[in-house]
Ligand binder design. Structure first.
Ligand SMILES: O=C[C@H](O)COP(=O)(O)O
Length: 249
């Protein structure tokens, strides 16, 4: 059975003082082989100390992006190997904010996901349409193109995670409704089974976009939703843990 993944994305938030929130999350989640997985993807400055705080708990730590290469003259970048060395076991790639702010194309995202696999960490590959694309009736075309271009050839059904994040629902308080989520998640599942065969049924597909303790139960109950990628509501331990507990029910 697919194990639900509750993943937080702190984006460009959090100072060293915020480690107390991470400590609170870690203290509340005992290691277990069953129930949902819990993960916080953090700014690079917090990964190593957060991994130390999370040791011995169920909380996993991840990065928010990585460079395709292992090392070299790439000022300001971070490699998947560096993330792993710092204690990360996951990395988000292709988040719409990276695609928009840094011009990351599907090909770049695929090379970042490939780098994560090379380093032995799990890429969470993000896809999602803008409002203009939705209004133009282009959602499934956009998703199909992003999935085809962003999953690296060496990716396997159980070594990647996909996150569907409609851009118009990110940080806006506007959540996709259950029908919209079910349509896109079902479509992504079809694409994954075409690509990976039966194994594609086991790839986790997360929903992201204004998920919070008030709407998580409904979203997590939608077909083919295998967890969440949570931005704002992951910054506070209480909210993030509330979502985790809903997933564990
Ligand atoms: O990666 C997380 C998403 O961008 C969702 O962010 P949000 O929960 O603040 O809308």
């Amino acid at each position: 059975m697919t194990r639900t993944l509750i993943a937080g994305n702190w984006k460009m938030n959090g100072l060293v003082g915020s480690l107390t929130e991470i400590e609170r999350v870690a203290a509340a989640v005992a290691p277990s082989q069953t129930g949902p997985e819990i993960l916080l993807c953090l700014p690079a400055t917090l990964i190593h100390p957060a991994a130390a705080k999370a040791e011995g708990s169920a909380l996993k730590i991840g990065g928010e992006t990585c460079h395709p290469k292992e090392k070299g003259a790439h000022t300001g970048d971070i490699s998947a190997e560096m993330l792993k060395d710092a204690g990360a076991t996951y990395v988000i790639v292709g988040h719409s904010e990276r695609r928009a702010d840094h011009g990351e194309t599907d090909a770049v995202v695929a090379s970042q996901a490939s780098a994560a696999l090379r380093a032995g960490i799990t890429p969470i590959i993000c896809v999602g349409e803008t409002l203009a694309q939705r209004d133009a009736g282009d959602v499934l075309n956009v998703i199909s193109e992003q999935i085809a271009g962003s999953i690296p050839s060496e990716g396997a059904a159980d070594t990647i995670v996909v996150a569907y994040e409609p851009v118009w629902a990110i940080g806006t308080g506007r959540v996709a409704n259950s029908e919209q989520i079910a349509e896109v998640h079902g479509f992504i599942r079809e694409l994954l089974t075409k690509q990976f065969g039966e194994a594609g049924r086991g790839t986790r597909i997360l929903y992201g976009g204004s998920m919070n303790p008030g709407n998580a139960e409904e979203i997590l109950g939608v077909a083919e939703v295998n967890g969440g990628l949570i931005g704002g509501a992951s910054l506070k331990a209480d909210d993030f843990l509330a979502i985790y507990r809903l997933a564990a029910q």
